[in-house]
Design a protein around this ligand. Sequence first.
Ligand code: KG4
Ligand code: ZN
Length: 378
Amino acid sequence: MKILAIETSCDDTALSLVEAEGGLEEPRFKVLAHLVSSQTKIHEEWGGVVPMLAKREHGKNLVPLLLKLLKETNLSGAEPYAGSNKEEIEKILEREPELKENFFQYVINLRAPEIDAIVVTYGPGLEPALWVGLNFARALSLLWHKPLIPVNHMEGHIYASLAATDQIIEFPALALLVSGGHTELVLVKNWLEYQILGQTRDDAVGEAFDKVARILGLPYPGGPEISRLAKTGEKKKEFTLPRPMIHSDNYDFSFSGLKTAVLYMVKKIPELTEEIKASIAREFEDSVVEVLTTKTHRALDEFSPATVIIGGGVSANNALRTSLEKLLSAYPDKKLLLPDRQLSTDNATMIAIAGYLHYLSSPQITPEPLRALGNLSL
Ligand code: KG4
Ligand code: ZN
């Protein structure tokens, strides 16, 4: 079946068209279109994502992205629009003025494309941002008479690796989810069956990367910047940072103290040269990677998963990928699933994949009333 997926939980507006086949024994995916419109430039000057700005940008971006996707995939419509539910659609889009205008100018008269379902992220994330995608999905579902499948953004991160044709997940699986809003170790017992083993008690890893980048005077988002600097950084004794909770007897994390330690360290330095910045970036990255790898190692030994998965924006980090690869090389019977880098950060392909798994598990269910849930958990 062909799935149109929509993702607007944070500062990326993303649409994908994915062809999905096979049952739960062997689901297979082919990505027909993968579009991401990043708002980094807009949020950069504020040093982080501003929810109301994100909402406005999603409202602007969604229709142009949809038109691009339809053009790219040559998905011309077969059935003409019946035109009976305009009023309902107007009501749904009431709170998104720019989206509504675009929708009624460009989308309303399109013939319904040959897709089988619409999948959308309904949480967790920034609620104003989530609502835009959700309302857009509801309007399209109504206009084109297609089923709507809501999915959890973090499930998207768990299954993102499946976009590559040769990847399969054997259960139980252990997922290390590291993004701008989350840091979780999750035991995935079967499709869509989760046990959260531990999570961060304060800042998420990605958030810590972003805050430390700011302290070092680097632009937003900080993860890729720190990672780039860290490569050239030399280890120096005077720039040693803690490894928070590395020996704690649980799977929880804490990264806020680490960020504060960087802040105090930087305050004491009279001149923050490029060389010093690089050393601090290296030590910070080392600390994060060591903590994440150590806890993953412990969970590996305790739960003996068949597959280890990493997902979320920070899973694009080279040092983390290398460290986990090294860890897994000592367990030749276990498979490590690393998502393609463009599937590590937010995108809609992963949302389509999670949506298909939901469709296979329970094709009938569309929870009502459907609403954006900023704190939705797995
Ligand atoms: O999953 P994601 O795109 O959005 C959320 O759901 O939060 O993750 C974004 C986070 C940001 O904090 C960003 O700094 C971080 O992922 N990130 C990285 C790298 N690329 C993105 N962190 C470390 N190294 C990277 N290469
Ligand atoms: Zn994410």
